[in-house]
Design a protein around this ligand. Structure first.
Ligand SMILES: [Zn+2]
Length: 130
């Protein structure tokens, strides 16, 4: 295990003992996703460092993929303050913990997952937009 994800997965494997059941892991993974979404929402509704300004987005088939990428919006105004950024990073870390734990339980190498997805994105990434 040489890659950062493998090192992380190994650390998770050594630390994971309370929620060893696959049922605990998948439900904790779902719960952690909700906590991450909650932290992002609170940066808008409680802190206010970022605002959401959303509207329907249109993909113009007359434009190139690159032109469409530029015109599409993330609907986010502002920047995360350090406190919100720290909280969101913490929740992302916990989410990664349960994802790595799921990989470990299913005998899947997180490095392999990342590598396969990277290869896919390098090959089809632009075209998965449409
Ligand atoms: Zn904030």
């Amino acid at each position: 295990m040489s890659n950062a994800y493998s090192v992380f997965q190994d650390c998770v494997s050594n630390a994971q003992f309370r929620n060893k059941s696959i049922l605990d892991i998948v439900t904790k993974l779902s719960e952690q996703t909700a906590l991450l979404n909650r932290a992002v929402s609170k940066s808008v509704t409680h802190c206010g460092c970022v605002k959401i300004n959303a509207k329907k987005q249109y993909i113009n088939n007359q434009k190139s993929i690159e032109e469409n990428k530029i015109s599409l919006d993330n609907h986010l105004d502002g920047c995360l303050c350090p406190r919100c950024k720290d909280k969101i990073e913490e929740e992302m870390g916990d989410l990664m913990f349960y994802l790595a734990s799921l990989c470990e339980t299913l005998d899947i190498n997180l490095d392999d997952v990342i590598e396969q997805k990277t290869d896919f994105l390098k090959t089809f990434g632009k075209y998965s937009l449409l």
